[in-house]
Design a protein around this ligand. Structure first.
Ligand code: GDP
Ligand code: IMO
Ligand code: MG
Length: 431
């Protein structure tokens, strides 16, 4: 029987999913992205070099690992070509990569529309990555999307493109944006089909074959984070897909019973880019210190990330929603040197105790965090590789997170490099 591990973000994205996926990918036969697109920015570091991936899975650095961009993703083929070129320039050209024929394409007008919708929201910006993710998913569900496999059948693609442009050009003109010329788009996508065509296959069939093979190790790499989930996040300040492990079966084309091990990637504190409520957000010197020490600037947009204390209300909520079996506690090294560290155990809203996020952001924004405060630790922990060698105060912090969230910490990350990883869980040691 195969082993499966789902790596998901449990906060507002950028938790370190890329680093952890790459760590386990070194031993995995397959890495599958199942939702989102190039709004993601996943960093991987090894042998002193740092790489950044957007829509390509983080298993790409291992020549033996099969990398899959699943049907649940929205894929911008132009951006994939650029990403592959960038990897080539960095010396990465020996890989196995397949793209689902059923994945929806992000077309050039989707990013135009993403920008335009942001401008007309009357100051209520979502702060999207402007990659066209929302408009691409909208077209998918409106059944006027174009799919990767469509490009491989020129006559069919011509028909689908004409139908899509009839709608999209009207929409663009209504918003004062430039319409697209059918012929120019068609010709360019035929070129893209030539470049990417050999990678476009029925990926669900390939994943299912692998799942049934004895001893195969398969990783599912989530993008974004549970609090950006279109259903369970801080709506409308969310992305347009479901980063949860629950979205793996649909987004990869497998049956739900294959999913049993979910690793929730969580920073030892919290960050958020873009707008929306963030109860434990800090605006003081500590936020500045953490931002600089953790290099908390967006991988995709370069925006400074908002910083806050670890929020156990969110951790409990996301672990319940996504079936998280253990935490991968990230950027733990960044907390070294703080006099004290805080964990938010619950909120107060209008004088009442709240221990799960409310559904509306109007209530969420009024939630006041209630903290426990623990002693900090001075030691630099970035060179530590065994849990037992951590300072006592750091261990107390880990134990408190386990106690308050009722989920064990299976991995601790003490630096961006692949080697700066402490594996505690025996199940994960055996993956
Ligand atoms: P992702 O989107 O979840 O893959 O996360 P990002 O790559 O966008 O952001 C995480 C950032 O933290 C990257 O710059 C990583 O290199 C860095 N990082 C990951 N783990 C650690 C860690 O344990 N310590 C430190 N200092 N940096 C880390
Ligand atoms: P990774 O995979 C952090 C945020 C955007 C914005 C909102 C909607 O690197 O963790 P979108 O472009 O998706 O419509 O933007 O979601 N966002 C992310 N924040 N990490 C990400 O991905 C994100 N992907 C989207 O900043 O607030
Ligand atoms: Mg990121």
């Amino acid at each position: 029987m195969s082993q499966r591990l789902v790596v998901i973000g449990s906060q507002w994205g950028d938790e370190g999913k890329g680093k952890i996926t790459d760590y386990f990918a070194c031993r995995a036969d397959m890495v599958v992205r199942y939702q989102g697109g190039n709004n993601a920015g996943h960093s991987v570091m090894f042998n002193g070099k740092k790489y950044s991936l957007q829509s390509i899975p983080s298993g790409i650095f291992n020549p033996a690992t099969i990398n899959i961009m699943g049907n649940g993703m929205v894929i911008n083929p132009e951006s994939v070509v650029l990403e592959l070129q960038k990897l080539k320039d960095q010396g990465i050209s020996d890989y196995k990569l397949y793209i689902s024929d059923r994945a929806t394409m992000v077309m050039p007008w989707h990013s135009d529309l993403d920008g335009a919708y942001e401008c007309i929201k009357g100051g209520k910006l979502i702060g999207t990555t402007k990659k066209g993710i929302g408009p691409a998913y909208s077209d998918k569900y409106n059944r006027i999307g174009l799919r990767m496999g469509d490009m491989l059948e020129p006559e069919y693609f011509a028909e689908r493109l004409a139908a899509a442009l009839e709608v999209k050009n009207k929409e663009l003109e209504m918003l004062g944006l430039k319409p697209y010329d059918y012929k120019i788009v068609f010709d360019r996508y035929m070129e893209l089909a030539d470049i990417l065509g050999s990678m476009i296959i029925d990926t669900s069939a390939l994943i299912n074959k692998e799942l049934r093979e004895e001893g195969k190790k398969i990783l599912f790499e989530g993008a974004q984070g549970m609090m950006l989930c279109i259903d369970h996040g801080t709506y409308p300040y969310v992305t347009s897909s479901t980063p949860s492990a629950a979205s793996v079966p649909v987004g990869a084309g497998i049956a739900p019973h294959w999913i049993d091990n979910v690793l929730g990637v969580a920073k030892a504190y919290c960050t958020r880019v873009g707008e929306g409520p963030f109860p434990t957000e800090l605006h003081d010197e500590i936020a500045h210190e953490i931002r600089e020490r953790g290099h908390e600037y967006g991988t995709v947009t370069g925006r400074p990330r908002r910083i806050g204390w670890f929020d156990a209300v969110i951790a409990r909520y996301t672990s319940r929603l996504a079936g998280i079996n253990s935490w991968s506690l990230m950027l733990f090294d960044v907390l070294s040197g703080l006099e004290t560290v805080k964990i938010c155990t619950h909120y107060e809203l209008d004088g009442k105790v709240v221990d799960t996020p409310p559904s509306t952001i109007s209530k969420f924004a009024r939630c006041k965090p209630v903290y426990i405060e623990l002693p900090g630790w001075k030691e630099d922990i970035s060179g530590i590789r065994n849990y037992d060698d951590l300072p006592e105060a750091a261990k107390v912090y880990v134990k408190k997170i386990e106690e308050i969230t009722q989920v064990p910490v299976g991995v601790i990350s003490v630096g961006p490099d692949r080697t700066q990883t402490i594996i505690i869980s025996d199940t994960l040691k055996n993956f």
